[in-house]
Write a protein that binds this ligand. Structure first.
Ligand code: WT7
Length: 644
């Protein structure tokens, strides 16, 4: 086996931690003196001014590298401009329609500076928020870096979200500018991004200007506050001084689903976040100068922020950015891209792999994938059989797999094999161990550590540089969501266990968050969207296991009197969800029911609904909720079962 990676061979090495020697040494160093350890890690970045204090930990708020002055765009660009990397390809971009462009570090640098100057002219200052609603085109990272350069806080909204979602986010962050495009391509269709933005702007009183990138060349209406991206940057100089940011000044807000109706604005800082990214990328991916890194994530999600934009650019590697769907125009698109550009690392999702696997080995086998040296997965648990397919068919047993567990809130990878330190025995479906400096503990209901082999809640014992600063304008919700469920620890919201060898196995969410095709959605957020339809009195959303998407959305709706269920209403409901959240939140199946199973205090028993739709045994329901009024619930379950 190449690269020293080993696959588990059931050798039953009892009670021996198989974590490698090298990584253990680094971890011990980190545990003995975390300040010194993270301080060394931070020295890999370019600082305008050194920090005075590694971390100011005022639980649960951490200020990393206090007193340090830094700029994210400077770390991604300027340091390369002064080196031989200047004319190296930074971004190889491929459009869904087959177009391709390469931008060197110098070209990205010039465009970022031009846009930064243009934003300044529009009155954007340090601390102002800018919403970015763009498809996967180079102008997206360029816009983020232009904001970072002048100290503006970017808030990227995934280009699959609806106008209502943009408006909610732009209002919460009080953005003054939205950057969008005349359209974007998805599975051959044109998405009218500018029209969607126009709708959002009507509901967003703080937005003064909309900057529009020309992508599709379709005729669009340009209003009074609208500016063409190209026009405004062409007038600007390609030099713009980087703003000296405090290390814990916010770099961005990224909204993500939580367990209430309203998405949370996760806020990340600058110096700590970048330190985590730089070092995690080095440990996990072992970036080298010749790498062609292909991370398939959309920048609208955190994986794209961290490992399409900031980490690879800080490392000066060449990356591939692909605009479209994995199955367009056919089932070989990712493999075609790997072959065409000679990708050395592929970082993708279990959902994409499951979909490709279904179409057999012949398609990937018809491409030359021999440039690949490392494979990665992220976003949801990977089934062992899919892991093996990835390993055998894509990696030809030559590429180690890094299964990386982390979250929007953690900023960067927390659990993974560290290929850049040493390869260890891999177990398909396990992320292996936590990264250096990251202390994970699985705990029970009362916050007590559970023994190995037992399922519990994943918690993090110590602050780490990439951790979120807080939730935008909501410190209370930040405290409550992450720091009060287990004493003095960060509560991740995932179930996990540690096996006898110390390997971490993630078992999925323990709360009302769904992972549909790896996308994070809140059941309550979707329920609120249903209830906002005039015909819906009550809604309960749960999920059903799905072979490709991991899980799919199932909705139970109680209609208001005067409304009757029909095919037409079903279609209307799907359209309503598309317009309030976006196409990713559309339910696989809607059941119109008379009543929902609830506890005596009125809480919907989503867990019970989940068992019903997955045809799992419901068991003794008296143990499900102490306060359940059992008979009524049995009656409701029987009603619901009739529908399924
Ligand atoms: C949730 C976070 C990680 C960045 C992209 C998603 C699930 C993530 C894994 C993995 C099993 C995983 C967890 C986590 N998750 N990676 N390797 N194995 N589950 O970020 O949208 O904030 O979602 O994704 O449930 O809590 P996110």
């Amino acid at each position: 086996m190449a690269n020293g990676s080993k696959l588990e061979n059931n050798d039953n090495t009892n009670n021996i931690s198989l974590e490698g020697k090298k990584i253990k040494k680094i971890k011990n160093k980190a545990a003995d003196n975390p300040d010194q350890f993270w301080s060394e890690c931070a020295k890999n970045l370019v600082w305008f001014k050194q920090w005075d204090k590694t971390v100011d930990w005022n639980p649960p708020f951490a200020k990393w590298f206090q007193g340090g002055k830094i700029n994210a765009a400077h770390n991604c660009l300027d340091k390369h401009i002064e080196s031989e990397i200047k004319n190296k390809a930074a971004i190889i971009w491929e459009g869904e329609n087959g177009e391709s462009t390469t931008l060197t570090y110098n070209q990205v640098y010039c465009k970022v500076n031009q846009l930064a100057n243009a934003l300044k002219k529009l009155g954007i200052k340090k601390g102002d928020r800018v919403t970015i609603y763009l498809p996967m085109i180079p102008e997206l990272p360029i816009s983020m870096l232009a904001c970072a350069r002048i100290g503006a806080i970017h808030s990227v909204v995934f280009s699959g979200f609806s106008s209502q979602s943009i408006a909610d986010r732009a209002n919460d962050s009080k953005s003054r500018i939205i950057i969008t495009a005349d359209g974007g391509y998805r599975r051959g269709k044109t998405i009218p991004l500018k029209d969607i933005t126009d709708d959002a702007v009507k509901k967003s009183p703080h937005v003064e200007k909309v900057i529009v990138v020309r992508r599709t060349n379709k005729e669009i209406a340009m209003g009074e506050g609208d500016l063409w991206f190209e026009d405004i940057i062409n007038q600007e100089s390609n030099l713009c001084e980087s703003e000296w940011m405090d290390s814990s000044d916010p770099l961005f807000i990224l909204y993500t689903s939580g367990t209430t109706g309203k998405p949370k604005g996760v806020v990340h800082g600058t110096g700590g976040y970048l330190t985590h990214l730089y070092n995690s990328a080095k440990w996990v991916f072992n970036f080298v100068a010749t790498d062609i890194f292909f991370c398939t994530a959309d920048i609208g999600w955190v994986t794209g922020h961290s490992y399409v934009v900031y980490a690879p650019l800080m490392h000066g590697v060449t990356e591939i950015m692909y605009e479209g769907a994995p199955d367009f125009p056919d089932q070989g698109r990712y493999w075609d891209i790997v072959e065409k550009y000679g990708a050395t690392i592929l970082y993708t999702t279990p959902t994409a792999l499951r979909a490709y696997m279904r179409h057999g080995d012949d398609i990937p086998n018809s491409f030359n994938l021999s440039t690949l040296r490392l494979l990665g997965t992220v976003g949801e648990p990977i089934n062992p059989e899919v892991w093996l397919w990835y390993y055998n068919v894509i990696g030809k047993q030559n590429c180690p797999i890094v299964d990386t567990w982390w979250q929007t809130e953690t900023g960067g990878i927390m659990v993974s094999m560290c290929s850049g330190i040493e390869n260890i025995k891999m177990k398909p479906g396990s992320g292996t161990f936590s990264l250096p400096g990251i202390e994970i503990e699985i705990v029970g209901e009362g916050g007590e550590k559970v023994e190995s082999g037992k399922k519990g809640y994943l918690t993090i014992k110590k602050p780490w540089p990439g951790m979120l600063l807080s939730l935008w304008n909501d410190d209370e919700r930040y405290k409550k969501t992450y720091w009060e469920k287990a004493p003095n620890r960060y509560f991740a919201g995932d179930f996990a266990y540690v096996d006898k060898d110390g390997y971490i196995w993630i078992l999925g969410r323990s709360d009302d968050i769904l992972k549909v095709s790896g996308h994070r959605l809140g059941t309550i957020e979707i329920e609120s969207a249903f209830v906002s339809h005039q015909s819906v009195a009550e809604a309960a959303v749960t999920s059903k296991n799905d072979e490709i998407k991991g899980e799919t959305i199932i909705a139970f709706l109680v209609l208001k009197s005067g409304f009757v269920s029909s095919e037409q209403l079903n279609r209307e409901m799907n359209e309503h969800i598309r317009n309030t959240i976006g196409p990713i939140a559309v339910a696989e199946k809607i059941y119109f029911v008379n009543k929902l199973p609830k506890t005596r205090s009125g809480k919907i028993m989503r867990r019970l609904l989940r068992s019903i739709v997955n045809k799992e045994t419901i068991g003794d329901i008296t143990t499900l909720e102490d306060e359940a009024s059992v008979e009524e619930i049995i009656h409701e379950i029987n009603q619901i079962k009739k529908y399924i």
